[in-house]
Every structure is written in C-alpha cells, then in structure tokens.
Design a protein around this ligand. Sequence first.
Ligand SMILES: [Fe+2]
Ligand SMILES: [Fe+2]
Length: 268
Amino acid sequence: MDKPTMFEPYQAAADIDVVPAYFPIPGLGIVPVNSFVLKAAQPVLVDTGLVPLSDEFMEKLSSVIDPVDLRWLWLTHTDQDHIGSLWRILEAAPKLRIITTYLGVGKMSLYAPLPMDRIYLLNPGQSIDVGDRILTAVKPPSYDAPETTGFYDPKTSAFFSADCLGALMSEPVENVADMDSENLRKGMVKWATVDAPWLHIVDGTLFAQSLDNIRELSPKHILSAHLPAACDMTEELLGYLETVPTTQPFVGPDQKALEAMLKVMTGA
Ligand SMILES: [Fe+2]
Ligand SMILES: [Fe+2]
C-alpha cells in the first residue's frame, strides 16, 4: 500500500460500526485510522478520519448511517488523522454537537474555531447520557495530545481508546485476532514508542496503575483509532503496552537514512 486507503466499514459489535482506513508510513509499515459509529439512541460518531480521504470517508460513513441522524461527534483529539471531515460532518449533521475538552476547543481555534453552540465539554471521569446509555470519558493510558479523551460504553462493554493501543502493521486485517501474536506485540510496542515517546520516562508504577484503571472497566471490546477492532483481547493488549517503558525508544530515520530510502524508492 503506497497511499492512504479507505476500506469497507465492518461491525465490531451489535451497534458499533468501524469506518476503517490505512495510512502507510515508509519504513514502518501501515497504521489503521479508524472512525466509529456507535448506534446509540442518540448516534455517536467517533472521530472523522483522514484529511486526504474526506470524500471517501463521507461516502463510507453514509453507507452505515445517514449523517443527518448523528447527534454527537466524540472528538478524541484534534490531530489531522481525527479531524479529516469534521467541518463536513458539522454541515451534514445539523443536530450534532462535538464532545471535546476545553483544550480541544482551544487547539481547534488555532486552526479554525469551532462554533461554541455546537460544543459539549466533557472531562475525564465525567459522563454523558446518549439516550439509551451513559458514556464515561476516560483518559487513555497513552496519548500524543493533551486534550485526548477516550470513553467507555457500558452497554457494549467497549473502550474507545483514541490513539492508545494502536499498532503498526504489515497488512490490513479486520480483526486483531487474525494477526500473528508476535507481530501484534511488536507492532503495538513500536506504535506506542512512536506515538507516546514520554512512556520511556514515566514512573512504571504509575503507568501500571493507569493500565489497571482500564482493567477495572474490563472492556470486552478495545476500539482504538489505530488498531483493528479487538474483542476479548483486553488483557493481552494491555500486557503488551505495559512493557513499553522498558523498550527501546524510537529514533526516526536521519538524513542519511532518508537518502538511502529515496534511492530505493526511486531506483536511482
Ligand atoms: Fe494522535
Ligand atoms: Fe491518531
């Protein structure tokens, strides 16, 4: 895969659809970029995909729900791989409000301010009623942006983990269980070292506590923006993440390595 590509939506649970894409990272493989539709009484879209795939994103989204029916956009954070169709969604879903944090609003204002009457501020630990269930905002154990909030849905027993628990992969799969476990472990560790380099300087005990907070929720489904849907694998995935602080920090290719890569890519 040499360019960002959208795939067909699939169901992760009875009322959760995944709208998946993959983004290639030269030298590292591919990373999933998922959005989700939680078909609650008040339907919730979780993130809005990649900027360059916005047309396809809107098309795939429309195949799982009429955007006009969306009531909430849970914006996990404001990175470019999560806000790709944000403005089109605001237009297509006039009843929709964006669940984010004060910092999320602030960071968006550096780019294009969000309309304040379409905002709903929710901090980690706080909850919101979406008609047939109450979603609770959760700070994931790892993240790359300070405004990040994931959430827990008790009705489906799903933890929407934002960037946390993602993985670099070699090929697309629909279900994490289809991946070789050693490749999964390596891909998850590599992703976490890239996405959250601060994991190498955290207090191991405090980090373990933040993982225990997720274990206490005991989610059946882990729905990361950067991992195919994972069912009944929570302990395995948290176990891989737990090892990250003691692993090798990621160092990106330098100029010499870049020139070597370009030589291979261009055949020069
Ligand atoms: Fe991010
Ligand atoms: Fe991300």
